[in-house]
Structure formats: C-alpha cells, structure tokens
Design a protein around this ligand. Sequence first.
Ligand code: ADP
Ligand code: MG
Length: 872
Amino acid sequence: MAQYTPMIQQYLNIKADYQDAFLFFRLGDFYEMFFEDAIKASQELEITLTSRDGGGEERIPMCGVPYHSASSYIEQLIEKGYKVAICEQTEDPKQAKGVVKREVVQLITPGTLMEGKGLGEKDNQYIASVTVFEALFGLALTDITTGESYVTLLSTMEDCLGELYSRQVKEIVVADDFPEKLKKMILERQPVTFSIEKDAAYLEKLDSIAGHLQDQRLKITFARLYNYLERTQKRTLEHLQKVEFYQLNQYLKIDMYSKRNLELTETIRSKGKKGSLLWLLDETKTAMGARLLKQWIDRPLIDKKEIEKRQNIVGMLIDRYIEREELRELLKEVYDLERLSGKIAFGNANARDLIQLKKSLEKIPEIRSIVASLGIADSEQIKKEIDPCESLKELLQKAIIENPPISVKEGNIIKDGFNEELDRYRDAARNGKTWIAELEKRERELTGIKSLKIGYNKVFGYYIEVTKANLHLLDEGRYERKQTLANAERYVTPELKEKEVLILEAEEKIVDLEYELFVQIRDEVKQYIPRLQLLAKKIAELDCLQCFAVISEERHYTKPSFSDSELYIKDGRHPVVEKVMESDNYVPNDCWMKEGRNILLITGPNMSGKSTYMRQIALTAVLAQIGCFVPASEAVLPIFDQIFTRIGAADDLVSGQSTFMVEMLEAKNAIVHATNQSLILFDEIGRGTSTYDGMALAQAIIEYIHDHIGAKTLFSTHYHELTVLGDELQNVQNVHVKAIEENGKVVFLHKVDEGAADQSYGIHVAELAELPEILIQRAKEILSKLEGDNQKEKYTPSVIEHSVEPSIEYSAEPSQLSLFGDEIAEKKKEPAGKKLSSKEKEVLSIISSLDLLDMTPLEALNTLYDIQKKLK
Ligand code: ADP
Ligand code: MG
C-alpha cells in the first residue's frame, strides 16, 4: 500500500486530537480540509469539493477557504453548533526542512466565540460546566467575552435545566462519564454543544479568581470549565474576573416554564425579544447595560434594602430630567468596556479598539460629575467605582492615531512624538520623499518636460516617467532606462535608487516598530483590566437605572412600596399590552389581596381579559423587585420569594409532552415548591382534560393551596361551578371580568369587579370571529338544549370544610358522548331535516358498534379514515 505524503501524515496526526472539530489546516493562503471534514464542510458551507493526491491509493477529498475570509465560514460552522480547530504554520516555510511545522493555535467553539455576528452585543455568551455530585449539581458559568464567571450548587435537576435554559448556555463542558440521560434532557430543551474535559484538577493558579470558594465541589466544577478554556484557547485568560458564588434563593425564583409564560425576555410564539418585558424596558444606551438589564430581569431581588437602593436612584433620575438626558447622551458614547477588556486580554484587540477605549474613558469624568451632583452615591464610593483611569487615557491619547487601520501590522497607528526612534525613521522617510518631490520639480525645469513625473511601484521602486511624445526633449543618457510602456518610458538614476533604499528601509522599520509599540501598549492596557471591569459594571448599573427612570416617567409608573403580606394595586396595567395597544384604550384594574383574600377566583367570558389581568399582577411584582416603578397609580406589594405560573395552552413542542401533561407538571412544580410568600398564577387549569375531570382537579388544587400553602394565588377558570368556593373557603374571593350584552352581542369591558361572572359568552366570541351564521345558530340551539339537560345532572362541587379529599359526584355518562347520541337520535326522528343516505346510515351503525375503550388511538384514527372514505 502506498504511503501518505508527510504532509497528509502530519494532518492525520493533528486531526487525531481534534476528532470532534473541523480542522482548518493552513496551506499558504488557504485553510484546507481533508477527508470526512472536507465532505461535510463542503455541504455545510456550500463550497466546492475537490480532491488531491496524498500518496495513498485514492485521491483525498479536499475543500478550502481563503485565509482572509475564513472568519465568516468559521462563524457559519459555529452557528450550527460545530467546533473549528485552527491549525497554523508555526515556522517560516522558507526556513523549514521538510514539512512546515503546524500546530492548532485555538479551538473555536459555540461557547468561546470572541467576535463576529454570532455574538449578540446585548446577550451574554455563556459556556457552562456541569458536574453531578451525589444529590447535587455543580454549575459553573463563564462569559469569556466579558470575563464574568458564576458558580452554584443546585439541588434539583429541574433547577439545573432551568439555569442552563434561562442563561441560554451555548456549550456545556462535562466529564466523560456524564449521565447520558441528563444530556438528553438538556438537549430536549435547548440546542447546545457538549464538550468533554476530563481534567477537573483545581490548581493553585486559580486562587486569585476562585480561591475564595468554600466548597470543594464548586472549585472542581469551575476548574473543569477553566481547564477546558485554557486547553482550547491556548492562552492565559487574564481577564477572567473573580468567580461569583450565587444561590437561586438569593433572588426571586421563577422557574423555566414561568419565565417563558410571563414572556420576561422573549415571547412564547416568536421566541424573539419584541413583545417581551425586556423589549419594553430596554432603553439602555450601552451594550453592557443591555446585558445587565437582561440579567436583572432574569433574577429580580428579594432584599428590600437592595430594591429600595435602586428605587431611590430611579426616583432621583426621574426628578432630574436635564441631568438624566445629559447622562444618556454621555452613555451613548461609551463603548463595550467589558468586551474590549476581553479582546485586549485575548490579544486580538486592534488600534481601533484602543481608540474606542480612549473615547469611552474621555466621557467618564463628565458621567462622574453628574453622578456626584445627583447625590446618588457618596464621593468616596464614586471615586473608587467610576474610575476614569486617567493615566491609561493619557497613554492612549498620546500614543494612538485617531483613525487607525484595522490591521495592526501595516503601520499608521502610533502618533508622532510618542517614540523618538519612530520619529527618526519617519523623518528619514519624509525627508526622502521631500527630496524626491524636489527632484521632480528640478528635472521638469531642466528638461523642460512639464509632464515628467516620479512614481512608485512595488516591483521597480521609484522611477522617472516621460511620455513618448516628450522623449525628444530628453538628452541621451540623462537617465538609465528601466521599463518601456505603450506610451511612456521609465527611468532611474543612481541617486534616486540611493534615496529609495533609505526610504524603504525607514518604512520597513516604521512598520515593525509601530507593531512592536502597539503590542507594548496593549500589554500595558492589560494591567488596567480589573479597573476597567469595575468601571464597566458601574456604568452598566447606571445605564439600567436611567432606563428604568425613562420608562417609569414616560409610561407614568409609580414607585411601589412593600408590605409583609398585603398586595394592593390601584389602576394597574399590563405593561406590555398597554404599550402595544396605545395606552388610551387600556382599561386599568385594581387588585387587592390580603389575609382573607389570598386566593382570587377569576371568572369571565373568553377574551374578557382574565389572562391579561393575571400576568399584569406578576409583571408588576417582577418590575417592583428589579427596582423599577410599576404601571399603576398606587402599589403596595409583598416581596415574593417565588412566582409560579400555569398560563396558556401552548403545547410544549420542544419537549414533546402533551398540553395536559405540561399543565400538570407546571402545577406540580408550584404546589411542591410554593410558600406563603409566593405568587401563583393558575390560568384555566384543568382545561386540557374532560370537563368533570378538569373541574375536580381544579377544585382540589384550590383547596390544597388554601389549606396547605397560603400563597397569593390568582386562579382563573371557565368552570362557573367552582365559584361556590368563594363562599365556602375562607380565603377565596370571587372576582370577575365584566362583559355586557348589547343588541345580542357581547361587549368586553375588561373591568375586574367583585363577585362571580354569571355566564359564559363563548358563542358570542365565535360570532365576533365571524363563523358562518348557520353554525352560530346551531351552536345556540345546542347550548340551550344542554342547559336544559344540565338542570337535571348538574355538577355540584361538594365542599367539606378544609377538606383534603373532595368527594365529587360524577354523572354516569360524560356529557360529550350524550351530546353526540342525542344529536343522532334527533336527526333520526326528524323527517323535516335532510334524509340520511344509506352510506350515512351505514356509517352511523359502524360508529355505534365501535368499542372505543378497546381501541388504540391509531386504530381509532384508521377507522375514522375508513368512515370518511365511505362518505366521500
Ligand atoms: P381571557 O384570558 O379572558 O380569554 P385575555 O386576557 O387573553 O382574555 O384578553 C383578551 C384580549 O383582550 C387581549 O388580547 C387584550 O387585547 C384585551 N384586553 C385584556 N385586558 C384588557 C384591558 N384591561 N384593557 C384593554 N384591553 C384588554
Ligand atoms: Mg385566557
């Protein structure tokens, strides 16, 4: 068998260490891929697949991308969840003996992207590591672009899944024995790339950022993540900040389902930001502020002092319009200090980044004086935190040219006067050029050729050009001929060549020296990273708070106050719905909950505003606990420890569970974890199953919350039968959303009032939706008939005081079936209607002979299919 060429052998050796990545193998001006990688990449990137001889028997599949445009291809692959290993030539090909040495210099993965479109400036990019300890899950998170890291121990799998989901983790680093089952569960909820890191050894060098962690398990979990980052990025990660330990119960806990249901940071339908609470609030001016805002919404506070601290600043900013506007203008000019710090530490910041840094720092003194004038913080604190890093700013002002190029290797970066040596070379180059300009002038005069000019190109260097038409004016032998063009001759002189050498030497030295100086400056800037990161944090906070002030003022929000047990909201509005529908039309509503009214049972027709009302209360609580003002004219709220929701009937397609199962899982989550400090929203629970089943469950759930939990609960239901609970259970109160009938049509008032609603307006809603008139009439008939029937076998919830086991009388036959039966009977009886055809009769007899309880859903479907075929 023929041998592979040495280069292909080198390729295969390197590839063996990067099985799970595309290996971008540098060959001249291209990154080439071979074998399987080439086939896959050519499909994913839609680039041409070729092949080359590699010494083996068959040609090797190959494809490649140009080095200078590689980043967009890399991004495409990363976006699809792949990893890319960048393999560079690590010696000068001219000096290489045999095959040029090559090494992987960086592994780019979905969780370690440092720049490009894939990196949303308003989103953190988290990479996580999860370690399973006996009954706990260790979780570490790092955003390598900003240097933030967090660790925690979680007691349930649900919490772990929830954290990974809400932080939108892109990549998870695990041990090689990580449980497959858990991996599968994570992948069912979110697209994420898994990476293996066996080495979880905690080394002393981590002490500066993780030495304060008390628990060994936290150290191991973080070390695994760190070791992975260091191994794949192949550089020291100097910008990583001190790891922050957090616990879920330090914040208002909102589980994954509820975050989604409340549309805190994205909407359920489009999964986009538009229409979410984040969208409403985002008046931030900096990328850092936007990212922090998202974190704040994700983790509202529970410490009253901290909430009030934010509220006070928001209040001050509302009162001081002019200062606030000035502050906003200044913030606009502040670039992303966190990510700039990351790029500097990573060594891929260019001169433009340093200019951004400089411009940002130039704004800090003014921001600082506004903060001082507002009296937001004491002056010592301001000095420490809003740190303009004067000496850094001065360095950058002195050193870097205002509009430098993107490349750092082509000069034009360093200002005159910054470095003597550089100035000397520049003088030499400039003098040489002046000399050339003078030469041109002199030669024009001496020869009398006005169009004579001195030019430059890379191949011939400097030359004197004379057009053919003027050649006769030139003395023979005045210059040495160098090149003949169609209509001109090019010449040189010994003097010109001498100057050329001087100029070119100086220029080469300039470029080299500028790069050297740039790298020195960049290294010096590295020393400032911790200060810049602290500054970034403070700027981000200020940005979020000004944003709260702007929204609160613009939308007429009020400052809420806090109570231990009472909730009182006057003229409350749903913040997002109000914004979307023009506030004039929004009907404000009150809400009052306290001892004796802990559970509100909300009835009202479909579309009347029950769900909106419930969400409005939850969003008001979230807004209050992140320190923002709230959409109401008056608000007193408890500080909730957790919010649970069961809202809407959207199928959880991601995890493939049925609506009803999701409904029950969400209900369980609330019932197991809620305390008397929690807020529960149950929207039409029990809807996903048959009527009596659902009603029974709904009642049992209300009773359970009433007797065992005592959480503030909003429970909407379309089962009017449940409203008797308002009389029977001490802490349950009926409220309803009003609708009135006008000329036989329903008009929704969207107004919440005491007491239970008296009827359902489903058919009217159908009418509003303009279903065919004949269908509506038929529905009305059926309804009145059903209402008649219902008088006979009415569901009456039997309430035993504080019952644990409700005893419910079910009617022997489910109502749905009897309806079907009656209808058929009616049709049979009624000769005035359309006569049944023989086919229809046959079908009816088939249906009535079916033993439904003995059929699988598939069999039932097949039968239905057959029946339909008969009727066609
Ligand atoms: P339900 O849950 O009772 O079926 P929704 O809460 O879904 O009703 O509300 C239906 C529609 O009514 C919403 O889409 C919204 O446009 C409108 N709506 C709800 N509450 C109000 C309100 N307070 N003021 C104005 N319009 C409202
Ligand atoms: Mg609803």
